[in-house]
Design a protein around this ligand. Sequence first.
Ligand code: ZN
Length: 197
Amino acid sequence: MLEARLGRLPIAYGGDVDAALLGEVAYGEAKDQEDYVLMKIGTGIGVAAMSGGRLVSSSNRGTPEMGHLIIKRDADDAFTGACPAHGDCLEGLASGGAHKKRQEQGEDLDWDRQARYIGLGVHNAVYSHRPSVMMLGGGVMAHEGLFDAVRDQVVNLNKGYLELPEFFLSKDGERMGVKGAFRLAMSAVALRGNNAQ
Ligand SMILES: [Zn+2]
């Protein structure tokens, strides 16, 4: 409908994490692969996946919501969680929003615990999608040492069961989302061109 109202301008839709993944695939360090997962840990936690060169998104029912997976939490973690829907899902325990709420409640953030929680989320993402490249990004991942600690967690949880993907830290922040949106727009233009022939 939007496209009809804007006349000849082609329109493409995509979520911000999908756009960041497309940006990484097109312009990032890990390009030229087909099976990617990006977990972006900022205010919330979002996951985008590409399988066989195609974005994984679930048609009319919206994109998968791996940020809200339920993970095994530490018995001595008294925080009730920050997710309005689930309380202590992954996002409720380990997102930037959860960190803010923990600190408001007087907690001194335990980064080993945070690496453990994020590592559980990444383990689940790797086992669900079997990517060759696992990327981590977002403001929380900029915390010094967190990337290595999360990767170590995933290696420990795996116990040699799967061949693990290559891990990358997405370094370009929000700009990858913009680059990805540009890529998405280019493909909409290309699609329009093909349809017109
Ligand atoms: Zn949740």
